[in-house]
Design a protein around this ligand. Structure first.
Ligand code: NAD
Ligand code: MG
Ligand code: MG
Ligand code: MG
Ligand code: MG
Length: 345
């Protein structure tokens, strides 16, 4: 497919003007998944980088070992023209309090996810630009792809454009971390947050795990062996998802047997039926009207009581007890894959 067939513009290396970032200092606050990747990619692209971490942070050693300069978040933000907030979303509001007074006229407050801006947990001053550059990948891949001269697709969004240069600078930042090599699309903070939360709750994390557990329990309760239920309802999911990732639903349907295809086409909508669709719409409303955000913020303020309980229940689900020894049994498959990858030219 060509870009002409897409509903949106895609920005590549040629669309980025690196002069918008090359003489600036980027303060990367946090050195976790995204932080280490942005900081190292920016630095390797020749941009001046300072990492902001608390005196007590265990990430300090890692950043220094990687050859980066480390300051406190406030000192880094003071030096930075662009302040990239890459600590976990739940701690961002507290970290913002430490750096707020260091933001000068025309600086940029930069995010990789829009939660705190969209739900007003961070209220940026009016004299700065507020942007998002969000790679669509975990940080270790953002780093690995960059080192392999590959790109990582990403999103940009502009929330506040005080200087009139916010988008050009976000594209230059995307270029420097390797995203415009693969393609960057523009969205809004609202759209990024609402689709991200909906996707992870309904399909990717919430929906899929519930489907796996309910399918597994149905087979086990009917007297089938837990090992068989584990393979059918969890393990084989990877093969199906890989096919959809490579070639959409069509490649998956073409690759499974006709029996599987007919059975799936006739039964799928009975499982995820109109009732499930109504629940999806309700969950989307909770994302849109801020109900979910308020619940999650309150849960964190209370020390995560429900979250801890739910995590515990999930860890102790029967499918987990059955799965661990089975995965050990099949660990050779992963080793072989790694060996193959290591041998590849
Ligand atoms: P992370 O959990 O990997 O960040 C951990 C780092 O944050 C630590 O190394 C430490 O340096 C710092 N940190 C932790 N607690 C802190 C505190 N109390 N005070 C100061 N610093 C603290 O975070 P992440 O997953 O890289 O997420 C960063 C941002 O990127 C978030 O907005 C997230 O939504 C977004 N994002 C993440 C991914 C991903 O795949 N991980 C993908 C796209 C966007
Ligand atoms: Mg500054
Ligand atoms: Mg997402
Ligand atoms: Mg998310
Ligand atoms: Mg089968």
């Amino acid at each position: 497919m060509t870009d002409d067939e897409l509903n949106t513009d895609v920005y590549y290396d040629d669309d980025a003007d690196r002069s918008k970032i090359d003489d600036k200092t980027v303060a990367v606050i946090g050195y976790g998944s995204q932080g280490h990747a942005h900081a190292q990619n920016l630095a390797d692209s020749g941009v001046d980088v300072v990492v902001g971490l608390r005196e007590s942070s265990s990430s300090r050693a890692a950043a220094e070992d990687d050859g980066l300069r480390v300051e406190t978040p406030a000192d880094a933000a003071s030096e930075g023209d662009i302040v990239s907030i890459l600590v976990p979303d739940t701690v961002q509001p507290a970290v913002f309090e430490d750096i707020r007074d260091e933001l000068d006229e025309g600086d940029t407050l930069q995010f990789a996810h829009g939660f705190n801006i969209h739900y007003n947990q961070i209220r940026p001053p009016e004299h700065v630009d507020v942007t998002m550059v969000a790679p669509k990948s975990p940080g270790h891949l953002v780093r690995r792809n960059y080192e392999d001269d590959q790109g990582t697709p990403g999103l940009i969004a502009i929330y506040q454009d005080e200087t009139g240069d916010a988008k050009a600078e976000a594209l230059a930042y995307s270029h420097a971390i390797g995203c415009t090599r693969a393609g960057v699309i523009e969205t809004t903070f609202q759209e990024e947050v609402e689709t991200d939360l909906f996707g992870e709750q309904v399909v990717l994390c919430g929906g899929v795990t519930s489907l796996v557990k309910q399918g597994y329990e149905t087979l086990v309760d009917a007297g089938y062996s837990p090992e068989m239920a584990y393979f059918e309802c969890l393990n084989e999911l990877k093969l199906i998802v890989d096919l959809m990732y490579e070639g959409g639903l069509g490649e998956m349907w073409n690759s499974v047997s006709d029996t599987a295809e007919y059975g799936g086409l006739t039964r799928g909508d009975r499982v995820v039926d109109e009732h499930a669709r109504e629940n999806m719409e309700e969950i989307l409303e909770e994302v849109q009207d801020g109900t979910f955000a308020r619940e999650w913020i309150a849960e964190n303020q209370a020390g995560r009581p429900s979250y801890t309980q739910l995590k515990d229940r999930e860890e102790n689900h029967h499918v987990e007890q059955v799965g661990a020894p089975l995965r050990d049994l099949f660990a050779w498959a992963d080793d072989e894959e790694e060996e193959e990858a290591a041998e590849a030219p």
